[in-house]
Design a protein around this ligand. Structure first.
Ligand code: ZN
Length: 189
């Protein structure tokens, strides 16, 4: 399930489609772009007036990429769909490097979301296997699983190719370097 919320990097939806095709699973795109354009303002990811950080993240630049409560919106939509379709799990790839700025990536958020679903009498469970892992550790795990990293997307600018210079591209490069793995990051098959 992918959320089209008017993100500048809509290219990630194409990456998700390529991955879904690779693993022969359906991709559901939930489209709230029209609504989000008018209301999810103030973030570099959704607001054309707020520039994407073009250097290594510091606290102030990382904060411009916060879309308040975005992941709660996405996860609760996913839980509703999973419940309606009789599915047992919703998987969520929040990681430890996001905890500092992104409240909706922290362990408290994950456990509270699970508690909310229980209160709503959903049978759905929230799986967040990378909650205590760094990006570099995730790269190592992904290599072991044969993840086609060339199909994945991280850049916040959303061009045809990764820009290499935004905060997200820089974080990705550092993670692969720390893992000792070459990144086939080219944005396509
Ligand atoms: Zn970039």
């Amino acid at each position: 399930m992918s959320l089209d919320y008017g993100q500048r990097h809509r290219r990630e939806l194409t990456a998700a489609a390529l991955l879904a095709e690779r693993y022969k699973v359906p991709q559901q795109v939930v489209e709230i772009r029209g609504w989000a354009r008018g209301y999810l303002t103030g973030s570099a990811l959704t607001d054309s007036l707020v520039p994407v950080p073009k250097e290594a993240y510091d606290e102030a630049s990382m904060r411009t990429t916060v879309v308040p409560n975005r992941n709660a919106v996405l996860l609760n939509l996913a839980a509703a769909v999973a419940s309606a379709q009789g599915l047992e799990w919703v998987a969520y790839a929040a990681h430890s490097g996001d905890h500092f700025i992104y409240a909706d990536c922290r362990p408290l958020f994950v456990s509270t979301t699970q508690a909310l679903w229980c209160a709503a009498e959903l049978e759905v469970r929230l799986l967040a296997p990378f909650l205590d892992h760094s990006k570099a550790e995730i790269v190592v795990i992904g290599c072991g699983l044969g993840v086609p990293f060339n199909l994945t997307w991280s850049c916040y600018l959303g061009g045809d190719r990764p820009c290499g210079g935004c905060g997200s591209c820089i974080e990705r490069r550092k993670a692969f370097e720390a893992a000792g793995v070459e990144d086939p990051y080219c944005g396509g098959p």
